[in-house]
Structures are given as C-alpha cells and as structure tokens.
Write a protein that binds this ligand. Structure first.
Ligand code: ATP
Length: 255
C-alpha cells in the first residue's frame, strides 16, 4: 500500500540579510495509512517549517512531498486550494473557529464548501458529534465554549470531510492539562475508530506520548525516532523525556 505521506529529501532555506537559515535540511520520511505520528524538537529546530511545507502553506526550496501519491510541490495555487480542502484536515493551537458561527455551523461550513448536500451534512455532523461527545455544545458559539470544547469542535471539523491526513500544530498549546487530556482522547478516537492518519507537531511530552511514533528534529534534520509499539504510555513518555533531556529541550508537563 502507498504511504499517505511521503517526504523526500525536503529542504527549506530562508535567506535574510545575506545569511541562509537551513530550517529544513534534507528531511525524508513516510507516514502510513492509520498512523499517528508526532514531530518534536527544540524551539527553532524546524518543526513549523516542516509542517507548513506539508500543509502547502509554505513552498519548499527543494525536494518532494507526496500525499496519496500526488506531488503537492508541483501543484498550481488553484489546485492547491482544492487539494487542501479535500485532502487535509487542520487543527491549530488557537482553534481557528469562526466566532459568528455555532459549533454546528463551523463543522457544516467545511462540508458545504466541498459541495456536500444539506441532508447529508446534518447526518455527518450528528455522527461526528456522537463520536467526539460534543452534541451538547453543537449549538453554542465559540465564546460560549471552554478552550477544550472549542478544540474538540475543531477536531470534528477536521475529520468530518474525511481527509487523507490531519495536521495538528501544537493542538494542546492553549489548553490546561485536563482539557489537553480530553483532547488527546478525542484525537485517539479519530485515529483508532475513524482510522484517521494524524501528523502532530508538539513540544510537549505528555501530548506526544499519545502518538504511535515520534520523529525528533534537530537543526532541520531528523535526529531520532521513537516507536511506541506495545509499550505503556507511561513508558513511552519516559523514553520521550530521555530524548528531550538529551536534546536539551524544555517541557512543562509532568505525566
Ligand atoms: N520566515 C522566516 N524567515 C527567516 N527565517 C525563518 C522564517 N521562519 C522560520 N525561520 C527560521 O527557521 C528556523 C526554524 O524555524 P521553525 O519556526 O520551523 O522552528 P520550530 O521548531 O517550529 O520552533 P518553535 O517551536 O519555536 O515554533 C529558525 O531558525 C527560524 O528562525
């Protein structure tokens, strides 16, 4: 089976005042269907740049990114916009829900833009709301929800279009530890029950311990890889902490 994501020899350089920053420097990896992969690394290591290239927000300097076999580095702006809408789901640190729409309408909008018929939209929303246990907040506006509730609605919006790949950028960054735990449960539901393929950037070991595999980035290159396998989450967390302390990174959470 083809990987959902194939990153081949990716490079992204920034030129400022004559100096060149190699933010992503020859990175290659693959993500299989149904994987839940974390990207970790110290501040400035290149995580966001890598994610922005995969999410088509930024253009790579060299190398290829294939999503479902399609080379996205070669797509025109028009085709990219459509590709993003149909193939990718996004979960951002600051939720990015539209303030003037209820939770239900935020989720519906993602479907309506893709041309899904109204009857089917209601059915799909009911289904995803059941899965993520957000029925009670569907008709609230974002300002009436807690941060954790907003982020679970954002999860529903990301999965409802059945994207090939969900990209999450520091999704627990703005949440307290209880809400972060609940969000991690939601993401695990998406991964295990809805078979979503998830790639998540995080600097937080507790958040990362929910992934099945973690790539550590240092100075724009892959430095290490950890696979959870049959290990308990606590054991995986301890292993992650060991790599972080080796890398000299910081971390705010205790397990
Ligand atoms: N637009 C830009 N112009 C110039 N340099 C940039 C730009 N964006 C990022 N960089 C540089 O590229 C390197 C990688 O940055 P990036 O934001 O990808 O790191 P990060 O691992 O996501 O960091 P953080 O965890 O702090 O968000 C850094 O040295 C950064 O200063």
């Amino acid at each position: 089976m083809n990987p959902v994501l194939k990153v081949e020899n990716l490079q992204k350089f920034y030129k400022t005042k004559g100096a060149v920053t190699k933010a992503v420097n020859h990175i290659s990896f693959e993500v299989e269907q149904g994987e839940y992969i974390g990207i970790m690394g110290a501040s400035g290591s290149g995580k966001t740049t890598l994610l922005n290239c995969i999410s088509t927000i930024d253009k790579a300097t060299a190398g290829q990114i294939l999503i479902q076999g399609q080379n996205i580095t070669a797509l025109s702006e028009n085709k990219l916009a459509r590709f993003r809408r149909e193939q990718l789901g996004f979960i951002f640190q600051d939720f990015n829900l539209l303030d003037t729409l209820t939770g239900r309408d935020n989720i519906a909008l993602a479907l309506a833009i893709n041309g899904v018929k109204p009857g089917q939209i209601s059915r799909l929303i009911e289904q995803v709301a059941d899965d993520l246990e957000i029925k009670a907040i569907l008709d609230k506006y974002p300002y009436e929800m807690s941060g954790g509730q907003q982020q679970r609605v954002a999860c529903a919006r990301a999965i409802v279009t059945k994207p090939s790949l969900i990209l999450a950028d520091e999704p627990t960054g703005a949440l307290d530890s209880k809400s972060a735990g609940m969000l991690m449960e939601s993401l695990s539901i998406l991964n295990e029950r809805k078979k979503a393929t998830i790639l998540m950037v995080t600097h937080d070991a507790f958040t990362a311990s929910h992934c099945k595999r973690i790539l550590f980035i240092k100075d724009g290159q892959i430095f290490n890889e950890l696979v959870r396998g049959e290990k308990s989450r606590k054991k995986f967390f301890d292993e992650i902490m060991q790599v972080i302390s080796f890398l000299g990174g910081d971390n705010n959470y205790a397990f």
